[in-house]
Design a protein around this ligand. Structure first.
Ligand SMILES: *Cc1c(COP(=O)(O)O)cnc(C)c1O
Length: 396
């Protein structure tokens, strides 16, 4: 998945253009920037690639989530359904807005289960934060049906799945809004950065205003602009966007390589009858950043995880015990601990996050290992990896 593997002359040329001719601030300064507008350029590229009317860049995937949620109208006291298996930002963004995260289970798609979402809905539920984990997608038809039935907003977090699609539609473009991360380890990187896409003009307007202190961005005199709402500073710089312009041009080539590399490894693993694979609702839309597979039992998964380590098969993640992506390993979220008193603690209806029933998620996650698919592998690297996998699974 990492775009940092393919960083070079193209990124340097874009960044140098900002240093030589442009200006680092993404807005205004028309007189000194010689018509170099890298954030605008990347936003326009994102609209084309993602087939959406609007795209807006911000400083990170996390700030994209905060911005998108508030722009959609999610605020204090609203409940937002989030998955048990995700990155902490999915929860932090909700909490930062004074909204209330409500955990629903993941299924064998490694994404939210529509049935579990439906069980978690209350009169206060406002939105579903669907996270397309590890390069593939959630079961969107089922989730959209639940959302429609209960009149809920849908945010797609495609931070780990940019360039993937579902039934022909780019991930992120299907719900009310979609978010991307361009941090240093994502499929494409700006160093740090994030993006929001939407077809909804109100969401877009709220997003660009909120991420820049409420500026309405009308006219070209920043000092004379109106401020219809309060916001924050979640701006991206034109330097970061310049890198993203070069990386976004490479996205489809990256995905092609990931798909080829993943297919070779998946074919090799498919020979072992004890292995099953993550369910991918639309296999044609897999962006192939990871190969995720399941073993029959937790004990066997622990054993295989250990053997993969011993054999030097790097880039394998057993999320169930790894403190990056699973609710079970997040005491700061179970206890809702912030640096200071959080708005959520003023609310009467908070779930007891220390007593969540995650049995259904545990049954999947305790048996799942994901292997990062790299761009830089040679044919020989892949053959060697396949040999090691054979040793691990046959025990010889
Ligand atoms: C990386 C990531 C984020 C946060 O992105 P940052 O740019 O690191 O803030 C949010 N959600 C998911 C699923 C991610 O993987």
């Amino acid at each position: 998945m990492p775009g940092f593997e393919w960083m070079g002359a193209e990124e340097k040329a874009e960044i140098n253009q900002v240093l030589d001719q442009g200006f680092i601030f993404r807005y205004n300064f028309d007189g000194v920037r010689n018509n170099v507008w890298k954030a605008r350029e990347m936003e326009s590229m994102l609209c084309d690639r993602m087939q959406t009317k609007h795209a807006h860049l911000v400083s990170s995937g996390t700030s994209a989530l905060c911005t998108a949620l508030t722009a959609m109208g999610v605020g204090a006291g609203d409940e937002v359904i989030v998955p048990t298996f995700t990155f902490v930002a999915s929860v932090e963004a909700v909490v930062s807005l004074g909204a209330i995260p409500v955990f629903a289970d993941v299924d064998d798609t490694l994404c939210l289960s529509a049935a579990s979402i439906e069980q978690k809905i209350t009169p206060r539920t406002k939105a579903i934060n669907v996270v397309h984990m590890c390069g593939s997608m959630a079961d969107m038809d089922a989730i959209l049906a639940v959302a429609k039935k209960h009149k809920l907003l849908v945010l797609e977090d495609a931070c780990q799945a940019i360039g993937g699609s579902y039934k022909g539609k780019p991930l992120g473009s299907i719900g009310d809004a979609g978010c991307f991360s361009f941090d240093s380890v994502k499929t494409i990187t700006c160093g740090e950065g994030g993006g929001i896409i939407t077809n909804n003009e109100t969401i877009y307007k709220n997003a660009h205003m909120y991420s820049d202190h409420g500026h309405d961005h009308i006219g070209n005199d920043r000092g004379a602009e109106g401020h219809p709402i309060m916001g924050l500073n979640y701006r991206i710089s034109d330097m970061n966007a310049a890198m993203g312009v070069a990386q976004l041009r490479k996205l489809d080539d990256m995905i092609e390589v990931q798909r080829r590399n993943k297919a070779l490894l998946k074919d090799a693993l498919a020979q072992f009858s004890e292995i099953s694979f993550r369910r991918i609702p639309d296999p044609a839309g897999d962006q192939a950043g990871f190969l995720s597979f399941m073993l029959p039992t937790e004990a066997r998964t622990i054993e295989i995880n250990q053997k993969l380590k011993e054999a030097g098969v790097d880039g394998c993640f057993y999320w169930y015990v790894n403190n990056w992506h699973y609710i079970k390993n997040w005491p700061q979220i179970q206890n809702m601990t912030g640096a200071a008193k959080l708005p959520i603690h003023l609310n009467a209806h908070i779930p007891d996050y220390t007593q969540l029933d995650t049995t259904a998620s545990d049954a999947i996650m305790s048996r799942t290992i994901s292997m990062l698919i790299k761009l830089s592998w040679t044919e020989a690297d892949i053959q060697q990896r396949i040999e090691k996998l054979k040793q691990v699974f046959t025990g010889v």
